[in-house]
Design a protein around this ligand. Structure first.
Ligand code: TRP
Length: 336
């Protein structure tokens, strides 16, 4: 085993449902690798999720448990990675409060991720303050846990930039390097397409395949997967680009030589969609069967999941308390 280095990885999910194959191809695989090399905090962003899902406390709570089950089922090991619930580390909220004064409303409104998300919601200006300020809470998550390496999708890059702006401003204000700057780690497979081939896989778009999908659901998903609308007869040449079945084979088939052969044959003509789909079905069944089985086992003991989350949150809290102590001391906020 590699000795853990001093790099602290902080990563998080605001997702409000069980994880899907898109998460697996992106963040989950990255986190599995990182947990053997670094000290890793994985944060379940329940507080932040409420900014998106106002009042849906039950839904968010259920999502926390579902996602924790998904983590463990794919092999995130709580002995190596610290899994925490955002709301169970109150110092994160406390730090957010101080950092709020270091960011202007105009700067928040210019954050490209927030802007984009607001446009999608059709909300623009009519937005909860908690949503507008979520980049600040994210900066607090990262800095309170002293993260230096942050695995994120491309859409979250503006968050890292804004975090570093806040860090520099804070350190300048107190005249000491109290908070640390961080660096984004981009995973290259974050853009697994949806089953319909329209954009990336997402629950919101309904084009996802859950990690806990049954064998029949996997087969059904593969059958309805988008291939090449021009590929009308088996004999005619087919397109591999934009063909969801091939994108999935690229992402998940361990036998890349076989994938290359299938691609060549398909492009030449004479290879039926059904044959390529049969291969993908085989690959996905093999990938997901052990994950599903492990998840079912773990779900039988919800108390064990909750106590793991409690321990992870308590451990993360030790780091956050220490950061807050340094932050408040540097700000002159100590009275005794
Ligand atoms: N904003 C992230 C998302 O939408 C979740 C998140 C919250 C996060 N805090 C974080 C990610 C800290 C990385 C680091 O999924």
């Amino acid at each position: 085993m590699t000795t853990p280095q001093s790099t602290v990885v902080v990563t998080g999910d605001r997702t409000t449902g069980p994880l899907h194959l898109g998460h697996f191809a992106g963040s989950l695989q990255t986190r599995l690798q990182l947990q053997d090399q670094h000290q890793q905090f994985i944060l379940l962003a329940d507080t932040q999720a409420l900014a998106d899902h106002q009042g849906d406390y039950h839904g968010v709570r259920q999502a926390v448990i579902d996602i924790a089950l998904d983590y463990l089922a794919v092999g995130i090991d709580p002995q190596k990675s610290t899994i925490l619930i955002q709301s169970m580390v109150p110092e994160l909220a406390e730090l957010s409060f101080y950092l709020m004064n270091l960011v202007t409303v105009a700067r928040l409104e210019r954050n490209p991720t927030v802007k984009n998300e607001l446009r999608h919601k059709g909300q623009e200006r009519d937005v909860a303050a908690g949503f507008l300020t979520y980049p600040i809470s994210q900066a607090a998550d990262i800095t309170a846990l002293r993260g230096t390496l942050i695995p994120v999708g491309e859409d979250q890059l503006p968050m890292i930039e804004q975090t570093n702006e806040i860090v520099r401003r804070f350190n300048r204000m107190v005249g000491k390097p109290i908070l640390r700057e961080c660096e984004a780690l981009l995973s290259n497979t974050t853009r697994l397409p949806g089953l319909d081939g329209k954009g990336k896989m997402s629950r919101a778009a309904g084009n996802h395949l859950s990690l806990s999908a049954s064998a029949d659901e996997i087969t059904a998903a593969v059958n309805r997967m988008y291939t090449d609308a021009q590929h009308l007869t088996v004999g005619s040449p087919g397109r591999v680009e934009g063909n969801v079945v091939f994108s999935f084979l690229d992402a998940f088939d361990p036998d890349s030589v076989k994938v290359a052969e299938l691609k060549a044959h398909y492009q030449h003509g004479g290879l039926a969609d059904s044959v390529v789909k049969a291969r993908l079905n085989e690959v996905l069944q093999a990938l997901l069967a052990p994950i599903r089985a492990r998840r079912q086992e773990l779900a039988k003991e919800p108390d064990a999941i909750l106590s793991m989350l409690l321990c992870g949150s308590a451990k993360a809290r030790q780091t956050a308390v220490l950061t807050l102590h340094k932050v408040k001391t540097a700000m002159g906020m100590y009275y005794f």
